[in-house]
Design a protein around this ligand. Sequence first.
Ligand code: FES
Length: 355
Amino acid sequence: MSSQTGSHNDVSDDHLPAEQGSAQGEVKVADDPFADPGLPPHEDRIQDIDERAAKRSERVVALLFTVSMLATIGFIASYVTFPIDKIVYIFPFGHISILNFSLGLTLGIALFCIGAGAVHWSRTLMDSHEVVQERHPIEASDATKSAALAAFAKGAEDSGLGRRKLIRNTMFGALALVPLSGLVLLRDLGPLPEDKLRSTMWKKGLRLVNENTLEPLRPEDITVGSLTFAMPEGLDPEDHDFPKEIAKAALMLIRLEPNDIKDRQQLDWAHEGIVAYSRICTHVGCPVTLYEQQTHHVLCPCHQSTFDLTDGARVIFGPAGHPLPQLQISVSKDGFLEAQGDFAEPVGPSFWERG
Ligand code: FES
């Protein structure tokens, strides 16, 4: 070993190209100091030379795809069999939901087996010859495209997709079944609302009660310039169904001068200038709560939709799509405000109507 005295870094000649370090201080750069060593010689796999080994690999791949299919069927069976609240002890997880455990396990096996089958197929049965591809301009020539198509066709041929029907069929089966797992879970979105959003609790003869005091309302309780919130009599805030029902039946009452009412039907459905409208905004369903006394406009605080209560609760500003539905009211023999039926149209956002 020699060294260059006086240099900060001693460099061994062994680590330089042959010509470097020659006499007279000249440094010659080798023509190709990092020559491409080339590909190592190709080695056949056992499956390339032994048809029985190839058959064994084929059966392993088919088995993996078959297990995937069975796992997907197990996933669906678990979903319909196990109740959501069934808790069991499973070592080492402890007490867990049998439904969640079985769904996770079967879906995991189904996906794993598809991946494992594909990897085993490519490692043992597909063509293993190394391929070198030189860099070329991004735009491929027609000849290159044709060569690529030919290479693709050859790859398809080499993969054995056409020849190995067992693998092909089980793979297609596994790939076709595994998306069913996702489809089954759509059931968790819940039942369709059917026509539940088209009707409310209101019906003929049902009294209006103050939402805060729960006392039945008389016409004299509704004063000019104030907004009164009401709900159907018999709706108990302690009931399990209360949130669901009040979300549709919530009402607001305002007393107007009959002469201020522009809409004829609105006047007919009112009692002595008292009008009753749904409180559920027709945009996306926030409760309408803000009242402008001077203009008789009500405002939704969520996105500022504004409704004119003197003109059929018409939308005069904001994103709401249609007026607030009106409830026809009258007074019972004993002097209480009561409904004359349900709202004539569905309350709330228009997308509820399409449920
Ligand atoms: S929910 Fe009322 S304006 Fe959007």
